[in-house]
Design a protein around this ligand. Structure first.
Ligand SMILES: [Zn+2]
Length: 315
């Protein structure tokens, strides 16, 4: 993190993606997040749960894998809340937790899961995320009512009270240094590692980062990643150039997707996963006239200035 008194607080993300589980974002909008980072936008991921109920791997394994995946997608910030896995509920407490994150990260664009689906955690995360955005904009609301536990994963994924200002800046990883420069916040002080310790943050010691002093914020735009559900998207993002990296980010979850005995009956083999992911990306790409695409839905109508510039061919 930088030591200046202005940024990194609030974190000032351009785009934040919220999902129920670690690896959801990688499957539904990872290519889009990478593309946005390559365009110079600051992106982030909030996972609502830590994955402790998964058939394969522990929450600690998942935390490590989530950071690996985040590096591949060049996101500037990633955090997991302590909402129980398999029990994402749209409660007041959970809404306050998410609202606190919205205020801390001040995204202009928020990506939520679609509001229908097979897994209750997924569609509940959608409604929870939307209502949290509404709360986050209420000037008189003290979001500090939600206190998260202070338990840490071994990988030091941060808690909301300590995370502000601790960008882990995965884009500094040497393996990604050759890509687009998304490292606007990188300084010599944060390039060497990921020090998430509370004491290392002078801003926190001054109390500047307390959630109760965070100003209200609502994202300008909320869009829904629909890939988990069979519905017609209102737009598709061309991820042709990001498809391989997006697949790599999914494969970073080695405990989930490498071929193994545990859960063999319910998890497809790795080759099958590749085929499925590719088929879906091809399908949505085809709808938009590109090779690979990721589908999204917006509730609002589209706005057009010049009819001759509308993309996607009709005939
Ligand atoms: Zn999920």
């Amino acid at each position: 993190m930088t030591m200046s008194a202005t940024p990194p607080y609030p974190l000032a993300l351009d785009i934040l993606a919220i999902a129920a589980h670690r690896d959801d974002v990688e499957q539904t909008c990872g290519g889009t997040l990478l593309k946005m980072a390559q365009l110079g936008h600051r992106t982030g991921i909030l996972d609502l749960t830590k994955g402790e109920m998964g058939t394969r791997g522990s929450a600690e394994d998942r935390a490590r894998e989530a950071l690996d995946a985040a590096k591949i997608l060049c996101v500037s910030w990633r955090h997991a809340l302590d909402i129980p896995d398999g029990r994402v509920e749209n409660t007041w407490e959970n809404r306050l937790k998410v609202a606190g994150i919205i205020r801390q990260t001040t995204p202009r664009v928020l990506i939520l899961p679609y509001w229908k689906g097979r897994h209750p955690d997924h569609y509940t995360a959608s409604i929870l995320g939307y209502e949290a955005c509404f709360l986050a904009g209420l000037a008189k609301l003290d979001v500090n009512g939600a206190k998260e536990g202070t338990r840490h994963d071994s990988t030091r994924v941060t808690t909301p009270t300590e995370e502000a200002g601790h960008d882990f800046n995965p884009a500094v990883a040497p393996s990604h240094a050759g890509g687009q420069d998304v490292r606007r916040a990188v300084t010599p002080t944060n390039a060497g590692g990921h020090d998430f310790s509370r004491a290392a943050n002078p801003l926190h010691q001054k109390g500047v980062l307390s959630p109760e002093v965070l100003p209200p914020h609502r994202p300008f735009k909320i869009i829904y990643a629909t890939l988990y559900y069979d519905t017609r998207p209102t737009f598709v993002v061309d991820i042709t150039d990001q498809f391989e990296a997006r697949f790599d980010s999914l494969m970073a979850y080695k405990t989930q997707f490498s071929d193994q005995e545990a859960g063999k009956g319910i998890f497809p083999a790795q080759a099958e996963i590749r085929a499925r992911v590719e088929a879906m990306a091809r399908y949505y790409g085809m709808l938009a006239g590109v090779t690979y695409g990721e589908p999204f839905l917006q509730k609002e109508v589209g706005l057009v200035e010049d009819l001759t510039q509308i993309p996607v061919k009709s005939i």
